[in-house]
Design a protein around this ligand. Structure first.
Ligand SMILES: Cc1ncc(C[n+]2csc(CCOP(=O)(O)OP(=O)(O)O)c2C)c(N)n1
Ligand SMILES: [Mg+2]
Length: 952
């Protein structure tokens, strides 16, 4: 590379910062490269392009601005000489300082300097700044080639055996060097008291990760053969990184694109949290996140990047594989994804390292005194770069270099074949190594490596750079042979069609090297040790005084849970392991007392005197603060939940996340992240606050949640509860702690809590099991007169009180007896019932199992009616097990901004409607005079013509 280019690039950045963190070296040529030399001309006068090309033009992004004309070259020269003098005499820091002062003064005097968020389209680290490569390039190349082959063979064979089974060849093909350099030199394995590195592998690259683990002896050939056939004999491999499916191998699920990056950011921040709170020394760990360039269009990928710079997460490294393609075609055919990302990340305060050109280009760049080559590199759009990948060298000569005769001249000594082979930076281990090293050594900010690669690299005609390459799953015999020859895999022509896996002998130099490198770096990755959980959790009896204190108080279930959280935070057994997480709703949930009690975590503490410092419950930020107050980001909060909830396996430190949020913005908004949390085997409590479609009155249809318990049904090991009373939520939380953290069960508890205040009752005797399993009888009311008809009323959460009120009306006005049941979890009841039914089908000769629900209601007399603050489908889950069927009332529909009473009437979930339905069901069974029902409607004040909330 021409050294002058580096100088231009660096000096053009904002004063005080260079893109790579390396200073300028005092060098005359360097300084003179800062501005175009007014006397310089290039080549012949008949060539239009012979003007000196300002480097700024080399970027095609919108922020590229050409400098104004030099109207006083002598003056320019004086300034340049001053610059050189300062650099030589006082060093780069002084240069930066002076430029920043000039910048500031010019700004104040009203001179706006052009802002450029990008640097020229060349490597951030120049060839002469590159550190020596510490490894054996040749052996590493051979290992990489074998891994490439096996990764490809795995997909090809899987699709041969089961056409349509899928898998990806081209993603890993483009990323192999990016991974192999890291495996050989950077990724740290876990050790005693050392968490190693946390690595988010790009999901579609998983064949390559499996192929390496196969060489390492960690996966058998059978497993490889059964890629994507997990149920096959001998076991198989999951398509993508799924810790749920391969708990000892994968750590972080990444293939729902965009989730890996946001999870990685919050993982890096959580590492600092553990460190700052003195719970684990994580200072030696880096979080690596491998991302596709197409993936950067997902809002989650880029949505949290400022958190990383704001929190100085220098333990975080993003590696973006810029193969310029996504699934359908180019990521930015008419633009440059790398420049776009550079601008975004630089603007966000990241250390951006571009790895664009391999070492074949060094010689050409060194010759490029005028900057014309850099200009050309910058003006070609991605779609065209992609085209070069599929065209012969002659095309590149004509279309890339041929644009300017000087460039054509520059490569006249190179053959077409050589031009075709000019490598992209992401395929050059030395360039990649230099970038990783700079990233690992960068202090004070996160790093992103933008590596330019070719999608389907090595697949030749069939795939390399083609728009169809993402879907390429099959290779014919010729293509396999070509692949084999290109990468020098010792497989004979006779064998090659079968795409056999290849593994060198254990004592071969390749295998020895492979193991030695991993030994030196602390063991194999990825890997997820199944560590036993070691928390002793508090018992319910210790919290009975807490429950008793609530009796008779008019409080909400939210207050009940937050007060319990506050007590648990002081609990000697679990207190310090609890991680309260809240997205800017602490005051909504009455959590502000916790500010004082535990502090809000901030790595730098509190650099200001808070506005409310004179108050008891002031906004207290502290380096060892315990609360993660995430600001308005449910996605970020959930990412923190995942980091905390998996800390038991990531760090061997069991943490208990308690994430409290507006329930409407949970499953509905960040359901995919909850799914990823389960896949990750995260454990913890999701507390859906201000829950219930009619309980959060006034807010209208974007806040009032009648959906979350429905969504929760689909999440296999979410245990969802809708408690009505403080004793219920307390029993559920303590039981959840015991089961997750002491017994080691993989689950996430979802508990909805409301903001309606009402008198809390005492806990009846013997209801603990029922609360946990999902149902218990709360009250029986006998109507006067002996042989009164009877109904069974199910209620949950806030609507349980409407059901209790209905019980009174039924008895008093209509002489109907009833039992009221608190159904804390329809989901748990159904899960158990389905499991029993399934077992009974599979074991026809054995005594049938009876679900807990059936046992609970055994012998009671229906009809059965259920009312819920959620959509009817939630209670309807139990329908198959209810004798005579379950008549359900729920909050289907959008809703209204209204008060509770009116909303409950609007949705047909108030006591009066429950009464009407109960009498109607009794009439169906000839236990109530049907002719009286119209009068009942009138007596209860119900408008029979009111709008159907389902449709209104
Ligand atoms: C949220 C989500 N949407 C869509 C997909 C389907 N998908 C899988 S890979 C892919 C293209 C990936 O392109 P890129 O991120 O550039 O990765 P590359 O394979 O090019 O490295 C798409 C659309 C997905 N996995 N996740
Ligand atoms: Mg891509």
């Amino acid at each position: 590379m021409a050294r002058g280019e580096v100088a231009r690039e660096n000096v053009e950045q904002e004063a005080g910062e260079t893109a790579n963190g390396h200073g300028l070296s005092p060098d005359r040529e360097l300084i003179e490269g800062v501005m175009p030399d007014p006397d310089a001309t290039m080549g012949t006068a008949d060539v239009e392009s012979s003007e000196v090309v300002p480097v700024e033009e080399a970027t095609v992004s919108a922020d590229a601005v050409a400098p104004p004309e030099d109207i006083d070259p002598t003056e320019t020269q004086e300034w340049l000489e001053s610059l050189r003098y300062v650099l030589e005499a006082k060093g780069p820091e002084r240069v930066k300082y002076l430029l920043s002062v000039l910048d500031e003064r010019a700004h104040r005097l009203g001179v706006e300097l052009p802002f450029t968020s990008t640097t020229p389209y060349i490597n951030t680290i120049s060839a002469d700044e590159q550190p020596p490569y510490p490894g054996n390039r040749e052996i590493e190349r051979r290992i990489k080639s074998i891994i490439r082959w096996n990764a490809m063979a795995m997909v090809v064979r899987a699709n041969k055996e089961s056409p349509g089974i899928g898998g990806h060849i081209s993603t890993f093909a483009s990323a192999a060097t990016l991974y192999e350099v890291a495996f050989n030199h950077f990724f740290h394995g876990k050790g005693e008291n050392f968490s190693g590195d946390q690595i988010y592998f790009q999901g579609h690259a998983s064949p390559g990760i499996y192929a390496r683990a196969f060489l390492e002896g960690r996966l058998t050939e059978t497993k490889l053969k059964n890629f994507r056939r997990e149920l096959a004999k001998g076991g198989g491999l999951s398509s993508y990184p799924h810790p749920w499916l391969m708990p000892e191998f994968w750590e972080y699920p990444t293939v729902s694109m965009g989730l890996g990056p946001i999870m990685a950011i919050y993982q890096a921040r959580f590492n600092k949290y553990l460190q700052d709170r003195g719970l684990k020394d994580t200072s030696g760990s880096h979080v690596w996140c491998f991302i596709g360039d197409g993936e950067c269009d997902e809002p989650e990928t880029l949505g949290a990047i400022t958190l990383a710079s704001r929190e100085n997460l220098d333990n975080l490294i993003f590696v973006i594989n810029c193969n310029l393609q996504r699934l359908d075609g180019p990521v930015r055919g008419n633009g440059k994804i790398i420049q776009e990302l550079e601008g975004i990340f630089r603007g966000a305060g990241w250390n951006v390292i571009k790895v664009l050109w391999g070492d074949d280009w060094d010689e050409l760049l060194a010759k490029d005194k005028s900057g014309l080559l850099v200009k050309r590199m910058g003006e070609v759009v991605d779609g065209e770069y992609q085209k070069y990948n599929v065209m012969p060298g002659s095309y590149i000569r004509e279309h890339f270099f041929g644009k300017y005769p000087e460039l054509q001249q520059m490569v006249s000594h190179l053959s077409d074949e050589k031009l075709k082979k000019l490598r992209r930076g992401g395929h050059d281990p030395e360039k990649v190594y230099a970038a990783y090293k700079a990233a690992v050594e960068c202090k004070g900010k996160p790093s992103v490596i933008l590596a330019k690669t070719i999608k389907g690299y090595g697949l030749g005609e069939v795939g390399e750079g083609r728009n169809t390459t993402h879907q390429q799953k099959k290779l014919n015999e010729d293509e396999l042979r070509e692949f084999r020859s290109r990468f020098g895999i010792p497989i004979s022509d006779d064998e090659v069609a079968k795409a056999p896996f290849y593994k060198p002998a254990e004592d071969s130099p390749e295998m020895k090297y492979l193991h030695e490198r991993r030994d030196a770096l602390g063991g194999y990755v990825p890997g997820r040790p199944m560590v036993p959980l070691a928390l002793k959790t508090p018992k319910l009896k210790d919290y009975m005084p807490f429950i008793e204190k609530s009796v008779g108080r008019e409080v909400s279930t939210t207050t009940g849970v937050v007060t319990l959280m506050s007590a648990l935070l002081k609990d000697k057994k679990v207190g310090k392991f609890i991680v309260p997480i809240v997205p800017d709703e602490s005051r909504t949930f009455g959590m502000d007392p916790l500010f004082k009690q535990c502090g809000i975590y901030n790595h730098v503490g509190q650099l200001y005197e808070p506005v409310d410092s004179d108050q008891l419950l002031y906004y207290r930020e502290a380096t060892d603060g315990q609360i993660l107050e995430e600001g308005i980001t449910e996605a970020g909060s959930m990412a923190s939940f995942i980091a905390a909830g998996t800390s038991y396996c990531t760090h061997g430190v069991t943490m208990i996340p308690m994430f409290i949020y507006y329930s409407m913005f949970g499953f509905q908004r960040i359901g995919d992240m909850i799914w990823a949390a389960l896949d990750s085997r995260a454990k913890g409590f999701l507390l859906g606050g201000t829950a219930g479609r009619t309980t959060l009155a006034g807010e209208g249809l974007q806040h009032q949640d009648g959906n979350s318990h429905l969504f929760a049904i689909a999440y296999p090991n979410v245990r969802s509860y809708d408690p009505a009373f403080v004793y219920e939520s307390t029993v559920i939380i303590l039981d959840g702690m015991h089961r997750m953290y002491e017994k080691g069960e993989d689950a996430i508890y979802y508990i909805t809590i409301g903001n309606e205040n009402y008198k809390m009752p005492a806990m009846p005797e013997g209801v603990e099991e029922g609360i946990v399993r999902g149902i218990y009888k709360l009250s029986s009311f006998e109507a006067a007169g002996g042989h009164a008809p009877r109904v069974q009323l199910f209620g949950s959460g806030a609507i349980l009180r409407e059901v209790l009120r209905a019980q009174g009306i039924l008895a008093e006005k209509y002489s109907v007896s009833s039992d009221v049941w608190s159904v804390t979890s329809y989901k748990e009841l159904r899960r158990d019932a389905v499991a029993c039914r399934r077992w009974n089908v599979l074991h026809p000769n054995e005594t049938p199992r009876k679900p807990y629900f059936e046992r609970a209601i055994a012998g009671v007399q229906g009809p059965f009616i259920a009312a819920s603050d959620y959509v009817r489908a939630v209670p309807e889950q139990l329908n198959p097990w209810v004798p005579g069927g379950l008549f359900t009332l729920g909050t289907d529909g959008f809703g209204r901004s209204e008060a509770r009473r009116e909303l409950r009437r609007f949705f047909d979930v108030d006591a009066e409607t429950v009464v009407l339905v109960a009498l109607t069901r009794l009439a169906d069974e000839n236990k109530f005079d049907r002719s009286k029902l119209a009068a009942v409607v009138h007596d209860l004040g119900i408008d029979p013509e009111k709008a159907d909330p389902f449709a209104a």
